[in-house]
Write a protein that binds this ligand. Sequence first.
Ligand code: ZN
Length: 817
Amino acid sequence: MVVSAVSAVAMTAGSIAAMPVTAQAATKDYAKALKLSLYFYDANQCGPDTTGNGLSWRSACHNYDAQASLDSAVGLDRTAKSIIRSRNGGKNTVDLSGGYHDAGDHIKSAMTMGFSCVSLAWAYYSYKDVFDKTGSTDHAKYIMREMSDYFMKATYLDGNNNVAALCYLVSDSGDHVYWQSPENQTYHRPTYWATPSHPSADTAGEMAAGLAGTSLAFKDSDPSYASKCLKYAKALRDFAKKYPFTSTEGIGDMYKSDSQADDIAWADLWCHLAEGKMSSYHPIAYDGSYGGSYDGWLYSWNKVWGGYAALLSQLGYSAYTTVVKNDADRLLKNPQSGRYYVVGDSWGASRYSCIWQLYSLKYAEKSGDKQYVRNAQGQMDYLLGDNPTGTSFVIGYGNKYPLQPHHRAANQSKGVAEHILYGTLVGGPKDETGIYDDYWESYQCTEPALDYQACFVLAASALCKATGQTDASGADAVIRSAKEFNTGANFGGGSTPSQPTATPRPTATPKPTATQRPTQAPSNPTATPKPSQGQTSTIQDGWYYIKNVNSQKYLTVAGNYAYAAANIEIGSGNGAQGQKWYLENRSDGYFTLKSGLGSYNIDIAYGKDENEANIQIYNQHGGDAQQFKALAVNGASNTYVIATKCSNTTKVFDVYGRRTADGTNVMQWQYTGAANQQWIFEPVNGQSAQPTARPTSRPTATPKPTATQKPADPTKAPQTSGKGMDLDYSINDWGSGYQVSLKVKNMGNTAVSSWTLKLKKSDINVASSWNVTIKESGEYYVITPLSWNSNIPAGGSVEFGICGSGHPSSSIGYTFS
Ligand SMILES: [Zn+2]
């Protein structure tokens, strides 16, 4: 799920109390918290290595990421693709298995993974003795190694060891529509890439820092692995420095990074440290002010300047010690016991608390001022249960803790989780009064994430060091007794001192009783009409043309050429392969529809259970997105409604706007029973599809209800000019054709009621399109919206797509009018 990070201006302190501080005895078990904290990474591990990891309830998932198609990779140009293919023996697939799921979902973001990896490496570099004594070293190094293996797998170097391509994201926010365990997920996962012509410096910087940190951690135990990590770290750092820009496709709606300068500086610092060349390092001067590009206090996936200053201070650059003190003082002067001071943002506030604890502890290490240790302790103790409600915000720590994490793997029932995520820090309270909503959909409070957890590991290990707590027997007792743990896990190292030997497991720790959900639970969404299940019909396996009753036109692959995500529209019958579909029944009442053009099935884009989800063809995988049911229309032979499995048959194949023109898009829409949702299955029998008859009466196009569209701001008059409009686009070119994904954005302060975009015909040719109307005029294609996507609120955007043949220009000329 999306994980917000505050910007400089949005950050506000909790109130700073005037009460004097009372010294606190260490009442909490930081060593237990630290040792358990690493198991969150086992909960989020992805790929074949997951089987046998530290948790008994996780096993391999997304092994099919090992065969991600290059055809559907976003952001790769031909040069990069040819380098990748040549590294992979000519295969048209790429191995992106492994790594870690991002948060409560299953996407893999190399940026947050890189941030987490370097944070673990920093904790280990700083407090190696704490990791050793608590028996956490092998586990921490296992996680760093799994992450680094993934980074190196996702990075392709050219013959000069320069980065040719890196995968910054596997899957995207489309993943969020699935709520199921990762082991059961079959949904195809798009991949997003950066190259020199389409860079992603923030991700490359975080990956480089993570690899350099891992290199440092393995320098003595596995020097050859350490030097391999360093080689990739330096290549990624150089790539980030040389191309300091970022790409937002796929990731922009989740992790849009504000800047790259911080990630580049962080990568460079870690590369110098790992290489043992700090004597030649020139730190970036701190300009003495907060805000601007140097947000001195932040350490999150978005900005890392706070960490940069804290590490430099740790390494003896004394000018930065003042920065660290200022960061710590800013919010932690004389905190009042039982109050939660470091909030920063209502979304995932606990991570900021942990980082402020780290600043305080780093300053205490330099100054010897114990006040800063007590300040940090007060805030960590709050998170561990010293607060007015007595709730620990670390799952499985203490007697009362969150029961409903926003985490698909652990909480498939969307209620009290089936599996206790021991050691997992959740987003935490929303404000300094401690308001917390233990409800699975309240992701701001209940979602954990790789990056939050890394901040927790940093703070917990620093607190162990500061308080001298290194006895992790409290964690070992939990690991021995709770059914969630796999006591036979081997984290690949030698011995893990306080890891207990496998002993017969006593009965599982009883779960706390579920508390009654308070009244703010959302009421059920309005029930959608659903075709009656009794109408389900079996159509025999075989080849069919599929004709829409309203338009008398056929389901057609746009342009009659096949590639992953080629659009499906209606077209006049012509007998082409792009109009033939092989229906194959499964044992469960569903069937798949394979294209006559090859190994592609009809597919609901991203398997979304949403109105307007596009219907396309995609590589055959047989997941829910590619399964359908036929529901007979009473009194008509061979006529059916085609319901989709990903909507649990509440939504069906629908011709947009009840239109009849060739090229009209086919999409998923809730069942209405209208003729634009009825389809005649005509057996192919070696004959061409019948020439299309004109519909007897021309239905008027009814505008679709705009369920999800935001109303325009009523206080502002909508404008229609092209002023303030902007365009983002990305081209996926597979050699014989291409797809362009376009996003029209309203950058202005008022809504626009309509818009017109012109694309230069010399740069592109349009074989098909969706969600827009395209006409030709002189040198331009003139693109206008449909009725339901013409209004764009201020700051909003509309997305649509175009397919063409041959190659487009590398940049497409456009204007708005
Ligand atoms: Zn996975």
